[in-house]
Design a protein around this ligand. Structure first.
Ligand SMILES: C[S@@+](CC[C@H](N)C(=O)[O-])C[C@H]1O[C@@H](n2cnc3c(N)ncnc32)[C@H](O)[C@@H]1O
Length: 362
């Protein structure tokens, strides 16, 4: 999924940074996990990884990509009739979901142009067919979960699969802050559920990785001492729930139906808004996370156009750890863009310098 701040392309740089620092496995924490791309890479490199994020959509990705060590068996009564428990593979379950008779529901009503039963909200995020397909799949996942036919991890893997599938047919330019006013070619393709492969732990030490939904401090308090803390917080004023409200809706479900706001149908998001996206609060947010953390080594990814000036990052990190160990690693890369330059933008062109700040714990 295209995600603001997704570090997939920076993974080689991050792994190389760890190598330069001589860090080679142990327990790691990634409390701003987003798509879980870094958590997954760390787990593949032999770390036991505890991920977390405020967003429920991220939680589904964390379970799918980091917590699960293998594809679950779906051995409940998903395909068989009630009472005949038989084993069903993930891909067979996906085929069942794709083949269900479509029933338009909440997504079709609010996020497709014609709505349901004459209720037109005019939002053009999905075609009527894909809106109904998304409703049908999400409702069935909820029903299986409520009846106990699937467990938490099986449920979250299916939700992540659906979010990814819906993202491929969303009529947006990458984020959900607006929809395009004519159908784009990807949006007219039918919804297809493609399997997500969990990360097999390469060593026993990587077994026991976990997912968490909530603020960074809560996760850090829950897991205690770690060898490596990797911080990848938001770096500008764009609050994630406003840019990804549809993945979040698919993750949270709609029981009870949320009250929607505005032209894009935003869902209630007070508890998802982050101090890292507020100029006056982001320094305190950094200091608070560092205060709670008990980590042997801290790495912070932060963009050079971010709200926090480098001097503030430096002083917070030096004060929280061994001041002489402080280092900055830098690499240029091409930005992910969903919009174009204009007079109000603070930059032009595609080049960004991504920095990784390091300090050893006290
Ligand atoms: C830059 S993105 C992380 C991207 C991620 N590394 C990836 O590769 O996809 C920042 C993430 O921090 C989350 N977030 C913001 N404030 C948070 C907080 N206080 N605690 C936990 N997560 C938070 C956002 O929901 C968002 O997913």
């Amino acid at each position: 999924m295209r995600y603001i701040g997704n570090k997939t392309k920076l993974v080689p740089f991050l792994l190389q940074t760890l190598e330069e620092l001589g860090l080679q496995g142990g327990v790691a924490c990634d409390p701003f996990a987003g798509t879980a791309s870094v958590g997954r890479a760390l787990k593949s490199a032999g770390w036991r990884v505890h991920c977390g994020d405020l967003m429920a959509a991220s939680y589904a990705y964390q379970v799918a990509r980091v917590e699960l060590d293998r594809t679950p068996g779906y051995s409940g009564t998903v395909l068989g009739s009630a009472g005949s428990r038989r084993s069903n593979s993930y891909s067979a379950v996906l085929r069942v979901l794709e083949g269900l008779p479509r029933e338009p529901g909440f997504v079709a009503e609010h996020y497709t142009p014609h709505g349901v039963d004459g209720q037109k909200h005019g939002r053009m995020y999905f075609t009527a067919e894909n809106g109904a397909a998304i409703d049908t799949v999400r409702e069935r996942i909820s029903a299986w979960s409520l009846s106990g036919a699937i467990d938490r991890r099986e449920e979250q893997l299916l939700i992540a699969t659906l979010i990814q599938a819906a993202d491929r047919v969303a009529n947006t330019t990458g984020v959900y802050a607006s929809f395009v006013k004519s159908w784009q070619p990807n949006a007219t393709r039918p919804l297809r559920l493609r399997p997500i492969r969990p990360t097999v732990p390469p060593t026993l030490s990587a077994v026991g990785s976990s997912a968490y939904r909530g603020g960074a401090e809560g996760l850090l308090r829950a897991i205690g001492t770690v060898d490596l803390l990797y911080l990848d917080p938001p770096y500008n004023e764009r609050q994630y729930p406003g840019y990804y409200h549809l993945p979040e809706l698919l993750a949270q479900g709609w029981r009870p139906p949320p009250e929607l706001r505005g032209k894009t149908g935003l869902i209630p998001d007070d508890d998802l808004r982050s101090d890292w996206c507020r100029r006056g609060r982001c320094e305190e947010a950094l200091r608070s996370v560092l205060d709670v953390a008990d980590a042997g080594h801290v790495l912070l990814s932060y963009n050079d156009e971010g709200l926090l000036p480098e001097e503030k990052i430096e002083s917070a990190l030096r004060e929280s750890g061994d001041p002489d160990s402080y280092r900055v690693f830098t690499r240029g890369y091409r930005r992910y863009r969903s919009d174009s330059d204009g007079p109000n933008r603070r930059y032009s062109g595609n080049a960004v310098r991504e920095r990784v700040y390091y300090v050893r714990g006290k």
